[in-house]
Design a protein around this ligand. Structure first.
Ligand code: ATP
Ligand code: MG
Length: 229
């Protein structure tokens, strides 16, 4: 598997379940180490990085996880403030200001949601709160693992616009794993399709709209060849 993602772009990674999408982005932050090969983030070799270097990388690279993004036992405020408490010596006032800013940025009303616990939020609000926590350290790169799965089309659209807004306003490079073809076409500068653990295609969205490759067509058009009993 070999690919590059351009600084400041939105790259969507697609592919069937179990093909290695989450595994790929876990390598970008060094949560997994490759058995062979190289992973280079802003010039730094992640596969050779020691703990202090990994910590630096994780400050620059925000990761919005596929499942269970928020800490259940913490309020929304505590969740979003968590990275600041871990990585900075900011005062209580400064942290509160930053938490409010991050919540506003993802379209949540701080006064309404700060004291709530994750189970008191809708699925879409939870995803947005998780993104607020991811952006609070102003990462150069954000990795989103299926940010719109389980959301209705309107909530999905909001997340897509948020990804593009962060790219435009903060210059963030985004890597988005998504099965949501419609949302992917709205946001992608580059699309990578993984298949059977390999890169099947790495191109601009236009290629995926027009290609005759049967595997890609099947995926994009959502047609299964499996026969049902
Ligand atoms: N920690 C692990 N240890 C061993 N195998 C793993 C581990 N994590 C994932 N795998 C395996 O690696 C393969 C790829 O998994 P991965 O989670 O990257 O898939 P995915 O493309 O993200 O799928 P989905 O769309 O269902 O999220 C799967 O066969 C999975 O069982
Ligand atoms: Mg996955």
């Amino acid at each position: 598997m070999n690919f590059k993602i351009k600084e400041g772009s939105v790259c969507v990674v697609m592919g069937p379940s179990g093909t290695g999408k989450s595994t790929v982005i876990k390598h970008i932050v060094g949560l997994l180490k490759p058995t062979s090969g190289e992973v280079i983030v802003e010039g730094v070799h992640v596969e050779k990085a020691d703990e202090p270097t990994l910590l630096e990388i994780r400050k620059k690279v925000g990761f919005a996880f596929q499942f269970g993004a928020l800490f259940d036992s913490m309020s929304v405020y505590e969740n979003v403030a968590f990275p600041l408490n871990e990585h900075t010596n900011f005062s209580k006032e400064k942290i509160e200001k930053k938490v409010k800013e991050a919540l506003l940025m993802v379209g949540l009303n701080p006064d309404e949601v700060m004291k709530l616990y994750p189970h008191e939020l809708s699925g879409g609000m939870q995803k947005r709160a998780a993104i607020a926590r991811t952006i609070i350290l102003r990462p150069d790169i954000i990795l989103y693992d299926e940010p719109t799965s389980g959301l209705d089309p309107i909530a999905s659209d909001l997340i897509s616009r948020l990804i593009v807004k962060l790219q435009r306003e903060l210059g963030t490079t985004s890597v988005v794993i998504s099965h949501d073809i419609k949302e992917s076409f709205k946001i992608a500068d580059q699309m990578i399709m993984l298949y059977d653990g390999k890169v099947l295609a790495d191109a601009e969205p236009e290629f995926f709209k027009t290609t005759d490759n049967p595997i890609i067509r099947q995926f994009i058009d959502g047609i299964s060849e499996l026969a049902l009993e």
